[in-house]
Design a protein around this ligand. Structure first.
Ligand SMILES: Nc1ncnc2c1ncn2[C@@H]1O[C@H](COP(=O)(O)OP(=O)(O)OP(=O)(O)O)[C@@H](O)[C@H]1O
Ligand SMILES: [Mg+2]
Length: 240
């Protein structure tokens, strides 16, 4: 199993916000972590990436992550696109952000990696001299994903990428995440936009108040508990 969590708790200071989280994501699969505001989606992703304190077992390709710094976890194949695309430097250009993205690769590999990113994200090629802050929301999300995959991770953690995007940008995002799955990434997608998540997920885990309350595959998405959590997400405003 590419990404595996067992009995994971996450905490901010002394406050435990997620308890006993267990989940697995395989290469070529999208697992959706559904849940309303404050359910603990970002804290779970942070526990995996190493930015939020946690206990329990987390492994990538069988290698335990506990006790390792976020930078080490990144080198072991994990990459996080944080909420609000906070991995971007707004004042820097698209090209400069991508150069930062490829810096974990050995220097001879960087030029080829950049060329590949520009061919996968043609809009970024067109906007390469523009500052990240001046891009549209959809373009920023593409750049945030491009920066995150620049180092060629095996596991991609996406924190509410649909947030604030127009319908056409959402369609584009579905295509991009679909192609990452086809390329063999293991994708863990935190979402409260049920309709968007339903277009992408192979399996779904519902988080409520820091605990997993339901899980299932696509055919079980309408089941009571999963649907209830998904609907809680739907009732929150789209823009925050
Ligand atoms: N830095 C922090 N310090 C203290 N408590 C925090 C911190 N970040 C989050 N929390 C708390 O942890 C709980 C889970 O929050 P988290 O951000 O993980 O939820 P979420 O599902 O990502 O919500 P959202 O949909 O709003 O992004 C909430 O009760 C939140 O108030
Ligand atoms: Mg969050």
């Amino acid at each position: 199993m590419t990404l595996r969590l067992s009995g994971v708790s996450a905490r901010h200071g002394r406050i435990v916000v997620c308890r006993n989280i267990g989940l697995e994501v395989e290469r070529g699969e999208v697992l959706v972590l559904l849940g309303p505001n404050g359910a603990g989606k970002s804290s779970t992703l942070g526990a995996i990436a190493g930015s939020v304190a946690s206990s329990g077992e987390i492994s990538v390709d069988g290698h335990a992550l506990q006790g390792r710094a976020a930078s080490r976890r990144a080198r072991m194949g994990l990459s996080l696109v944080p909420e609000g695309r906070r991995n971007l430097f707004g004042a820097l250009s698209v090209a400069e952000n991508l150069q930062i993205g490829v810096r974990l690769l050995a220097s001879p590999q960087r030029a080829a990696a950049l060329a590949q990113l520009y061919s996968s994200f043609p809009i970024l090629e067109q906007r390469r001299a523009q500052s990240a802050a001046m891009l549209s929301g959809g373009e920023q999300q593409q750049l945030a994903i491009a920066v995150a995959i620049a180092r060629r991770p095996s596991v991609l953690l996406l924190d509410e990428p649909s947030q604030g995007l127009a319908p056409v940008a959402l369609d584009h995002l579905v295509q991009i995440i679909d192609s990452l799955r086809t390329q063999g990434l293991a994708v863990l997608l935190a979402e409260q936009n049920h309709a968007f998540a339903a277009r992408l997920g192979d399996r779904f885990v519902a988080l409520r108040a820091g605990e997993i309350v339901a899980s299932g595959d696509r055919s079980q998405l309408a089941d009571r508990e999963l649907a209830a959590v998904a609907m809680m997400g739907q009732s929150t405003p789209a823009m925050r």
